[in-house]
Design a protein around this ligand. Structure first.
Ligand code: PGA
Ligand code: ZN
Length: 428
């Protein structure tokens, strides 16, 4: 037995930012250090994601996690007890083998992701290092460009508007701290604008302002106005990033924009998005088409790749294999990395590496159901992802992540490197 031998694997039910049950895992090492990880949960999920194992039935709306907690305490604990917490890859491989399905259907991706994160935290603690430094090893790191939601829509706002995320990226910032300073002003300005128009109605699931708009495009107009109102230059200081989350309102090449009372085919949606790119300072678009609309992805990327970053979220579901296929297809040029879509840190890291190998932009992302766990802030830095998306600029499950990156930047002092907009594909 070494000081980093796993001597206890424990789990309990805790609660996420939507007040739903989730899994917290704890890994104790022989030295006595304890690492902890909490599983996040999505609301607009890709069909190929690792399974978020829920009990069903009537308790807590069917969202309870008694089985996933039991899976950590029982089979996972027995499988990884006595392993070395420094062997993250072996531990994750052990859980994958034990699960024996392609999508963690047996153990639950929520069980495995909590354990995987807890193992990494315990190993970092054993090294007396922050997690970002432990995962970076000798590789160079940088502070991420934040992608911050101003208005939340889609599945996060009762489908009030069809587009899911209206975000800003502070492309003119010179440090992470400067980036958040700009975002804070834009977020506040957006709230003031909504109030002045009598449209202020609280916030959506990720803390973005409730999108009380008459059309999807009005949300875009309002975001530009908020950037201006904050004293920033749209496109120069802060640009727009959209998550269309098109799988939520489209399938088989048909897309229903309920708010606009329009039904579009793939070409129609492509034209609409290209028109928006033409008229608004948009630098990034996520999931522009449904996950089953491969030809539309390829055609859109051909038309827009020199002007915007095109991110696969539901389309790629943090899978190295799907990233590699999408790169061969030239179906997008960036990948969203959600640890719980993959189920383990090792698989998420493999998807990120596949993205980097393909020259893709890489964005570490939270879920709409989150917690006080700040591991992804560390992973975005330590994996040198370049971009970080954790929702809006309100609610502490979001702010905990932004604030953690501020601490990391502060602790790095003059070694801190922030590459800002250089992480985005070149625009013409
Ligand atoms: P989810 O959505 O966490 O609700 O699945 C976030 C996203 O689509 O990026
Ligand atoms: Zn998304």
């Amino acid at each position: 037995m070494t000081p980093t031998t796993i001597t206890r694997v424990h789990a309990r039910r805790v609660w996420d930012s939507r007040g739903r049950p989730t899994v917290e895992a704890e890994i104790r090492l022989a030295s006595g250090v304890v690492g902890r990880g909490i599983a996040p949960a999505g609301a607009s999920r890709g069909s190929r994601e690792a399974i978020d194992l829920r009990d069903g039935g009537t308790r807590h709306g069917g969202f309870d996690v008694a089985q996933a907690v039991a899976n950590v305490r029982g089979p996972i604990a027995r499988a990884i007890y006595g392993m070395d917490a420094l062997d993250q890859t072996d531990i994750d491989a052990k859980m994958i083998e034990l699960d024996a399905t392609p999508n963690m259907a047996t153990l639950g991706g929520n069980a495995t992701v909590a354990v995987s994160l807890a193992v990494a935290q315990a190993a970092a603690l054993a090294h007396d290092m922050p997690l970002w430094q432990y995962v970076a090893g000798d590789e160079p790191v940088s502070l991420p460009l934040p992608e911050v939601q101003i208005f939340g829509g889609g599945a996060h706002a009762g489908r009030r508007i069809d587009i899911q995320d209206l975000m800003v990226m502070p492309v003119g910032a010179w440090s992470f701290d400067d980036a958040l300073t700009m975002v804070a002003e834009i977020y506040r300005a957006a709230g003031t604008l909504m109030q002045e128009q009598g449209k202020l109605a609280g916030v959506a699931d990720e803390g973005g302002w409730w999108p009380a708009f008459a059309s999807n495009e009005e949300a875009l107009q309002m975001t530009v106005r908020a950037i201006e109102r904050a004293g920033c230059h749209p496109g120069g200081d802060a640009a727009i990033s959209l998550d269309i989350a098109a799988s939520e309102f489209g399938r088989d090449g048909r897309y229903t924009l309920a708010l606009d009372q329009r039904e579009l085919d793939s070409d129609g949606l492509s034209e609409l998005l290209l028109d928006w790119i033409e008229h608004y300072p948009i630098v990034s678009i996520e999931d522009p088409f449904a996950e089953d609309d491969r030809d539309a992805w390829i055609a859109f990327t051909r038309a827009a790749r020199h002007r915007v970053q095109i991110i696969g979220d539901d389309y790629l579901t943090t899978s190295a294999q799907r990233v590699t296929e999408a790169a061969a297809d030239a179906a997008c040029n960036a990948v969203l990395i959600k640890i719980n879509q993959a189920g383990t840190l090792t698989e998420a890291r493999a998807a990120l590496d596949a993205g980097k190998a393909a020259g893709f932009g890489t964005i570490v992302s939270a879920r709409s159901g989150e917690s006080e766990d700040t591991a992804i802030a560390h992973l975005a830095v330590g994996w040198n992802a370049g971009q970080l998306k954790v929702g809006s600029f309100a609610r502490s499950e979001r702010m905990a992540k932004w604030n953690e990156v501020l601490r990391i930047e502060d602790a790095m002092g003059s070694d801190a490197r922030f590459t800002g907009a250089a992480v985005l594909p070149p625009r013409k």
